[in-house]
Unconditional design. Sequence first.
Length: 129
Amino acid sequence: MSKLNFISPFFIVSNIDDSVKFYVNKLGFEVWYTGPDDSPFWAMVGRGAVSIMLKAIADDIKPVPNHTRHEWARWDAYISTEDPDALFEEYSLAGATFRQPILDDGDGLRGFEVMDADGYVLFFGRPKA
C-alpha cells in the first residue's frame, strides 16, 4: 500500500495578503508559494509537514468556516502537535488570539483553538496522554 505524506486544507479567503500575514506573523508558517506573480490570489503556507492553501476567488465569494454552518462543526482543520502547551506559549508570545485556550477537552484531546483572519478555526493538539 502506498504511503500518504500529508494533506493540505484549501481555504477560500477574503484577502490573500491579510491571510498570508496572519499565518506567517502569528503562527510561524513560511510562504511556500504565491501566484500569479502579477496579481497574487493564491498561496500555500506551511510549517514542517503542515501546509494550508489559501485562495481569494472573487469579492462576492466569501469564506464559510465550518462553525458558521453548524455549532457542532468546531474546526476547519486539526493540526497534530506533540507539545500543545509549548506551541500555545509560542503563539501567545506572537500575539495570536485564541478561540479556546489550552485545555483538556471532552473529546479526550489536549489543545487549543486559533481563529484565522477569515474565521477558520484551527485546532492544535493531541490525544490526552
